[in-house]
Design a protein around this ligand. Sequence first.
Ligand SMILES: [Zn+2]
Length: 452
Amino acid sequence: MLKSILTTSVLAVFFVISFNSYSQEMPDDLKMYEIIDEVSAERLETDIRKLAGFGTRHTMSDTVSKTRGIGAARRWIKAEFEKISKECGNCLEVYEQRTLVKADPETRIYEDTYVVNIYAIQKGTDYPNRYAIMSGDIDSRASDVKNYKIDAPGANDNATGMAGAIEAARVLSKHKFKSSIIYAGLSGEEQGLYGGKFLAEKAKEEGWEIIGILNNDMIGNIEGVDGVIDNRSFRIFSEPYSSTSTERSLLMKRFYGGENDGDSRQLARFVYETTKAYMPEMNPIMIYRLDRFGRGGHHRPFNELGFSGVRIMEAHENYNRQHQDIRIEDGIAYGDVIEGVNFAYCAKMTAVNAIVLAAMASGPASPTDVKVGGIVQPSAKLSWGKVDGAKGYKVYWRETTSAVWQYSRYVGDVSSFTLEGIVLDNFLFGVGSVGENGYESVIAYPTGVLRN
Ligand SMILES: [Zn+2]
């Protein structure tokens, strides 16, 4: 008797844990495993060495030299995207976005400087104006952020993110996707997030429908400054809810919940779930924070214009190898040099991005105008707006303290549903769109309340 009670309780605990680990279903699609296998650590190594080899990629560095400075680096990046495009029958549109930033002694740009982004667009077959974006940064820096002459190889920060975006383009350009994918090299990051701001502004002006931006900033270091070595973990930083939230929507959160359910947070969950589904050897860690404590990255300017975006990066940073002049001091080697990059890990991180981009660009859009209600009833009601390309919808819910969606129910091609026996007060709810191919959208959190 005692034994059977024990067995039952152990089973129950196991059930809860396994259910908690992840729940957004991903289709059994062999293409995803092909994509993972196609990412090449050797090609990443070649590209990271090439980028570090430009000596410095400081935003204000030489633009004329063929071998040194940011001009040579961006011409090489553009040529790589063009080469990839040629190999896929011109499937990429390669762009250069040049913006003049006027000298301002109060800022880190103290001479007139062109901030130049290089990006490639792989147009979607069904929804060309809907974009999944992966970004890395072109620029680098040394100890003094204003010194554009000294060596700043930026091997990890952020040749890894840049090389990752180029490699993702090589791999994904062999496949077709419903939505568009952008592989972006952004510049002016270290001087004040300029490149991201300019691309986000362009997206806003041109009405791009952005599913999400995956900002990769340092995806190659596996040895923390504290000596911890970990080649499986990585962090996904996301803001809790949009900084553009209206006062009314903040008031709604106070009374209805949703403090941890902004669009970028849902994107972070999507990255987490996709990784768990196809790369179970990896250990994604969601960090409930816009970015590292007091520090910035290129997803932020997108967030500031209301777009979903997360920062993806290594789990253990090595501060001796970031933003440091190359030198030896008290027996410690400083500098962001090639020796600090683990190419196999960078390949894993690139594969994470590639499958998330593929999943985002394969699924339908998230349902619109999701509303939830069911006050003082033992049920929860949801309604939403249907989207093009969805065969049906899935209702998700989770305990209020759970970081990931725990429970789901496919409800078919309807625009409202009542979950009987699920008390509204005790859970948080969301709705996802499901495509014919099995791919799902990023889950949408309710932005309105249904009156009974
Ligand atoms: Zn940096």
